[in-house]
Design a protein around this ligand. Structure first.
Ligand SMILES: NC(=O)c1ccc[n+]([C@@H]2O[C@H](COP(=O)([O-])OP(=O)(O)OC[C@H]3O[C@@H](n4cnc5c(N)ncnc54)[C@H](O)[C@@H]3O)[C@@H](O)[C@H]2O)c1
Length: 244
């Protein structure tokens, strides 16, 4: 039980990586709050985990405030925040519309900022807390045909570093995880074609796709006391994909 009794909010906790993290946190003894735009999905996940569902649109500062206040009322504190809510959109720099650009940045970057900012206010007052942002290897290296996504995730990596410095004097740590390709509803369509799947796996030195459990294991480490001296770090969990 590495997270015994910790109160952990997981945005995007209704699906994929967020869902995997919520489940593993629960298994490690945490009290889990599932925050997701998909209210029904959040409800199902929370019921399965014995946690609390709080329908939340991370793009909305008032919703972020409601999420944190509801958590405080129900659980008394916020120990850990995982920002996993995100959207993927394809599109090169030449074809991405301003609307598509704004949509991706609003969820992936501004959403991460808004919820982190509000949770950090409580953590700083409590002089402890851990924020874990789910960025991506696409925030570390460029990929063709996904400009808004890459930029949003690079922004999340820098948000992690800058916010880690702002929060360090108060004993609050801010870290990121950069997953490679993980099979989730977000990537399902892209991985459905066997040729595309084979091509993706060929680029992963460890020879397989990531699983939500792989990312959850890294999140447990960063959320646990084992990572008390780690902050501003972007932990790559990609089977070696971004090494060369
Ligand atoms: N799957 C991958 O290969 C991969 C790789 C690297 C990084 N990531 C990142 O991991 C995170 C989770 O992705 P996933 O693969 O589990 O995707 P997913 O689509 O399975 O889950 C994303 C969740 O975020 C929620 N969400 C979307 N917009 C929201 C909003 N405005 N407010 C609140 N919730 C919202 C969705 O409802 C969904 O439940 C994302 O940030 C994604 O960019 C995924």
């Amino acid at each position: 039980m590495r997270l015994g009794d910790r109160v952990c909010i997981v945005t995007g906790g209704a699906s994929g990586i967020g869902r995997g993290i919520a489940a593993r946190f629960r298994a490690e003894g945490a009290r889990v709050v599932v925050a997701d735009l998909d209210a029904a999905g959040a409800e199902v996940a929370a019921r399965e985990l014995g946690g609390l569902a709080v329908p939340t649109d991370v793009r909305d500062a008032d919703a972020a405030d409601r999420l944190v206040r509801t958590t405080l009322e129900a659980c008394g504190r916020v120990d850990v925040l995982v920002n996993s809510a995100g959207i993927g959109r394809l599109g090169s720099a030449l074809e991405t519309t301003p609307e598509a650009w704004g949509e991706v940045l609003a969820v992936n970057l501004t959403g991460t900022f808004l919820v982190s900012r509000r949770a950090a206010q409580e953590m700083v007052a409590a002089r402890r807390g851990k924020i874990i942002n789910i960025a991506s290897v696409a925030g570390l290296v460029g990929y063709a045909g996904r400009v808004a996504y890459c930029v949003s995730k690079a922004g999340v990596v820098m948000l992690t570093k800058a916010m880690a410095l702002d929060c360090a004097p108060y004993g609050v740590q801010v870290n990121a995880i950069c997953p490679g390709v993980v099979r989730t509803p977000m990537t399902e369509a892209a991985l459905a074609d066997p040729a595309a799947l084979g091509e993706k796996i060929a680029r992963i030195p460890l020879g397989r796709l990531g699983r939500p459990e792989d990312i959850a294991a890294a999140a447990v480490y960063l959320a646990s006391p084992d990572a008390d001296f780690v902050t501003g770090h972007a932990l790559v969990v990609d089977g070696g994909m971004s090494v060369d």
